[in-house]
Design a protein around this ligand. Sequence first.
Ligand code: R5P
Length: 315
Amino acid sequence: MFLSDNIKVFSGSSNPALAAKICKYLGVPAGGAKIEQFPDGEKIIKCEDDVRGKDCFVVQSGCTPVDENIVEMLIFIDCLRRASATRITVVIPYFGYARQDRKDEGRVPITAKLVSNLIRTAGADRILAMDLHAAQLQGFFDIPVDHLFAEPVLTKHFKNKKLENLTIVSPDVGNIKRAARYVNNLNGDLAIIHKRRISANVVQACEIIGNVEGRNVLMCDDIISTAGTICTAAKIVKERGAKQVFVGATHGILCGAAVERIAEAPIDELVVTDTVPLNEDAKKLKNLKILTVSEILGEAIKRIHRNESISSMFN
Ligand code: R5P
């Protein structure tokens, strides 16, 4: 692939494996940068490559340790801006803090907006994000946001399984649009679970709208965090007579009790992508498969650099 010498792709410390795959797809070496810490934990980033006049991309996920990775992202942007990069695109495979995107009760913050403000203030010119928790988060930025989906990668995997009598289940009402995309591309029926979140850790699935009896079920979600949502949903579809239960999700955060919950849940296969690195316990799950989104991200970086359409990647 021909890319001008003008492009530089840097990796923060959140997901170097994904950044390396993106660079491989693009056929460019990873940008040189030294990320170090002062004894008190303060970070310092030294860009080792000349970026004056360059089109720079920084790959950084807002995954664990969330606050540290977000601050590192801001420092990286500041570093490139002060080194006279022409344009800085922040590639955010997983946007941390996105779930707090509205005041649904009094005296709470809107962290998604706060983080967007910080990224802009640090000096980012563009954002390249994947499966934002809510698409309208794009409007939190006053700079261009390209929003990618992992759905083509997950769909391809499930298409190859040639699943018959398939019902796509949205594990909560917020995921209906995502589920509808899978329905279109996999030719299944749609069912929806009405869930109630009792606390950050505890989820109650109340009812299913749609039929799963005797059907193979594919549940899709953007994030699996404590796995409360997906495991509760898996139990309820199984109780209602589902045959095999598959789960496809973009961001496998898998924190807290997630690994134990998934190990005990009636899930035949759980597929996540590499937008965040998985912890070692999660990697031991027998029914877990990890797919890479590096090609989608790499292709989008190439198109941004060449001023080509991104939306046509998903037509
Ligand atoms: C919720 O709106 C999201 O789409 C996910 O369903 C949720 O974040 C998953 O969280 P957990 O795995 O902790 O239930």
